[in-house]
Write a protein that binds this ligand. Structure first.
Ligand code: MBD
Ligand code: FE
Length: 297
C-alpha cells in the first residue's frame, strides 16, 4: 500500500480517535512512571514558579506580539476542551513536547541513543523467547522482516536476562490496542534474549503513520499546514537487570518522512537499512544495543 492510499483511506474513524485517546489517557494515568527511573518526588515551589512561569510568559508573549483576538482566545479554549474530551493529551504532548524532554534527559545518559516513548506502549504484552515471532494474523500483510542483535553493557559485557519490548504499526499504519482493526496484542511482544543478550524477532515491516486526523491534535496540525506524518518506525524498550531501560525507536533508510517527523523523534543514529535474506521478500536488519548501569525499574 502506498502512503497516498493510506492517507486517503483515513487512518481512523471518529470513534477510533476517541477510543485511542481514552486508552492512551488510561495508560498514561496508570503505568508510565516506573519507565522513567527514580525522580526526587519533591514539590519545589521555586521550580514550579520558574518553569510554569516561563511557559505562561511564552504564551502571553505570543498574544502580545501577534495581537491575539477574543475570537482566537475562545477557539483556543474550545480546542483545549476537545483535547480533554477525546483523551488526546498523551498524543498531543508526546507529538509536540516529549522530544524536548527526551533531549534534556539524553544529555546525562550513556549507551545507545534513544528517543521518545510516545503514547502507544502497552504494559503486559505476551512474553516470548528468542528467536521470536510477534503475534500476528494468519494473513498479516506487509514485508516479512527480521530484527536481530545483541544487548551489551557499556563495558561490552553481553547482558543475559535482557528483554526487548517491541511494538509497531501494521502495514496500514494501525496500532493494536488503539485502532479497531488489528486484534489485541497484534505486533507487540516482550522478547527474552539468550544468555549472550542476543535477540532475533520476526515481524512485518511497519508503514508510515499519520496521527489521527479527526481529533483536535490532527485538526490543529492540518489547520497550521503541518505534515501529520511520522516515518515508519519500530518502538523498543530494551531492559536488563541493573541497567537503565533504553527507550528507542528504529526508522528506515529512504522513508519519505525522515527529517519531517511530526513528533520530531527521528535521529540519524536510529535508521535501519534492511537487506533481503533471499527467502521470498523477507528482509533483515541487525542492530545492537548498549545499556548503561542504573536502576532497571
Ligand atoms: C506515534 O506512533 C508515536 O510513536 C508518537 C511518538 C506520537 C504519535 C504517534
Ligand atoms: Fe509510534
Amino acid at each position: 500500500m502506498t502512503t497516498t492510499e493510506h492517507q486517503s483511506a483515513s487512518p481512523t474513524s471518529p470513534s477510533d480517535a476517541v477510543t485511542a485517546g481514552a486508552h492512551a489517557t488510561e495508560s498514561a494515568r496508570s503505568g508510565l512512571s516506573n519507565l522513567r527511573g527514580p525522580g526526587s518526588g519533591e514539590v519545589d515551589q521555586q521550580r514550579i514558579a520558574t518553569v510554569v512561569g516561563a511557559a505562561l510568559e511564552g504564551i502571553r508573549a505570543a498574544i502580545r506580539e501577534h495581537e491575539v483576538t477574543y475570537e482566537e482566545f475562545d477557539a483556543f479554549k474550545r480546542w483545549l476542551i476537545a483535547v480533554s474530551d477525546t483523551g488526546e493529551w498523551p498524543l498531543f504532548l508526546d507529538v509536540y513536547l516529549e522530544h524536548e524532554v527526551e533531549k534534556v534527559a539524553a544529555k546525562r545518559q550513556q549507551g545507545s541513543v534513544g528517543t521518545i516513548l510516545g503514547p502507544f506502549w502497552l504494559d503486559g504484552q505476551v512474553q516470548l523467547d528468542t528467536p521470536a515471532t510477534l503475534p500476528m494474523r494468519d494473513d498479516e500483510p506487509g514485508t516479512p522482516m527480521i530484527l536481530a542483535g545483541q544487548v551489551t553493557a557499556t563495558d561490552g559485557t553481553p547482558l543475559a536476562g535482557a528483554t526487548v519490548d517491541i511494538w509497531h504499526t501494521d502495514d496500514e499504519g494501525w496500532y493494536s490496542g488503539f485502532a479497531s482493526k488489528p486484534p489485541a496484542g497484534n505486533l507487540r511482544g516482550v522478547v527474552r534474549c539468550d544468555d549472550q543478550g542476543r535477540f532475533e524477532i520476526h515481524t512485518r515491516k511497519p508503514a508510515p503513520y499519520t496521527i489521527p486526523l479527526d481529533g483536535p491534535t490532527g485538526q490543529l496540525t492540518q489547520a497550521a499546514g503541518w505534515s501529520p506524518w511520522r516515518p515508519a518506525h519500530i518502538h523498543l524498550l530494551v531492559a536488563a537487570p541493573g541497567h537503565r531501560t533504553l527507550t528507542s525507536q528504529l526508522f528506515f533508510t529512504g522513508d519519505p518522512y525522515l527529517g519531517n517527523d511530526v513528533a520530531s523523534a527521528d535521529k540519524p543514529e536510529l535508521t535501519l537499512d534492511p537487506q533481503p535474506t533471499g527467502r521470498g521478500d523477507e528482509i533483515r536488519a541487525d542492530r545492537d544495543f548498549v545499556l548503561e548501569p542504573g536502576s532497571d525499574d
